[in-house]
Design a protein around this ligand. Sequence first.
Ligand code: NAD
Length: 507
Amino acid sequence: MIHPKVPAEPSELTHFIGGKHIPGTSGSYGEVYDPNSGEVRARVPLADRAETEAAIAVAVEAQREWGEWNPQRRARVLLRFLQLVEREREALARLLSSEHGKTIADAHGDIQRGLEVVEFAAGIPHLLKGEFTDNAGTGIDVHSLRAPLGVVAGITPFNFPAMIPLWQAAPALACGNAFILKPSERAPSVPLRLAELFLEAGLPAGVLNVVNGARESVDALLEDTRVAALGFVGSTPVAAHVYATAAAHGKRAQCFGGAKNHLIVMPDADLDQAVDALIGAGYGSAGERCMAVSVAVPVGEATADALVARLKERIGTLRIGRSDDPEADFGPLVGRDAVDRVRAYIDLGVAEGAELVVDGRDFVLPGHENGFFAGASLFDRVTPGMRIHREEIFGPVLSVVRAADYEEALRLPSEHTFGNGVAIFTRDGDTARDFTRRVNTGMVGVNVPIPVPVAYHTFGGWKRSGFGDLNQHGPDSIRFYTRTKTVTSRWPAGLREGASFTIPTMG
Ligand code: NAD
């Protein structure tokens, strides 16, 4: 196997503004790691307020023309973009994997789920059709149209460097907005490459800009009156902060946060299927997914004993390897801080009295002693009040919370502060139907462990997992990135009637 060489000197990344690579001028940089080796592979500039404001000015200018393009012409840019990404899908997947640490196969999935939203947004001529009422009153017609907002911004997390930027950019651009992407400073290279490909696909320069940075650039985006709306995806404390600050500045915002996703295993479930689901959804991408399953809830002691025994056996066969090892089930975490956090949560779980059935704390991949690896861990007999159940760990740690019966199992995700995804494994249609109707969670899987909806439905969690009214992708995304203008018109015959001094009614 050929390992990508880590350059002796870290490369220096740029911003991408007005169709050009622009070096950072703030003097402040973040470090981008190779998580396999723990070495720094690049430095990413962190934009200050002035650099961010300069990008906003470019976007304002570019949007004037872009917003006037007809929707079909805008869709053609998206269609060409799809072809370009297809052309270099493998290279993009490798780049993504080398910065993030997810396996190359999983990186392909990251790109694919992003492209599906581009495909959805390419239907923009149809999606943007407004409403029309003929003859709402004598000689009066009413129509509603969806106008672009202007300049909108997206702030994205490290864990889906292709998918989430595309979830935001594709509908935002299709609706006629200019878009400023502030990607995670931990994995900025794929977002930069995607912006280059949009330019190559015919997107006018300045319509999509990438401003690398951290808090200072986000604050500038939040406070600048020229930015009409923000999409945020990341941890809950920052999501809540961005949502409140956007509202205080009169901006539209949709902010998606952390998660604690439960998978209920009913006594009648196909146990092999449930174990497969838990292993894949619990440990895939080293647990660094907002839709990862981090809590298994077997119903009844017999189900729990059988489940824990099988999980333990399967975890023993997991292969943890370099992100470019085609045999690896999962690779390293994104950073040293992530490894430390995961270990600290395992220490905490032990101190809280949970039973640590599999301990991944001391895992080391030979030859990669400085890599950001964590082994798979499994806790049994976790109780709802423990912090390891209440808080998001975001690593390869699965907790088993035993429930005595169905009602107790239903309460666990329903009463949890997070409400992103949930799943139930059962063969009984009535139980599944009752569960899907009553559970207090935004996305539900029935015998499907990670119920990420397809692109033409919408994605969004409830409670502390999502702040705002409208979800990502699907019809909600078109509503989010446009505003409705409603026109009531009457033509000359009506004017001849002269002035009216009472409020108009349609009688
Ligand atoms: P994060 O909150 O640390 O960072 C997200 C983004 O916010 C980054 O672009 C970062 O630069 C920026 N940021 C960080 N601190 C900030 C601050 N104080 N002010 C302004 N901006 C700030 O999240 P992360 O570690 O990159 O991503 C992991 C988190 O994202 C997990 O909690 C995961 O569950 C969540 N996530 C949620 C979804 C969802 O759809 N609900 C999807 C993916 C990830």
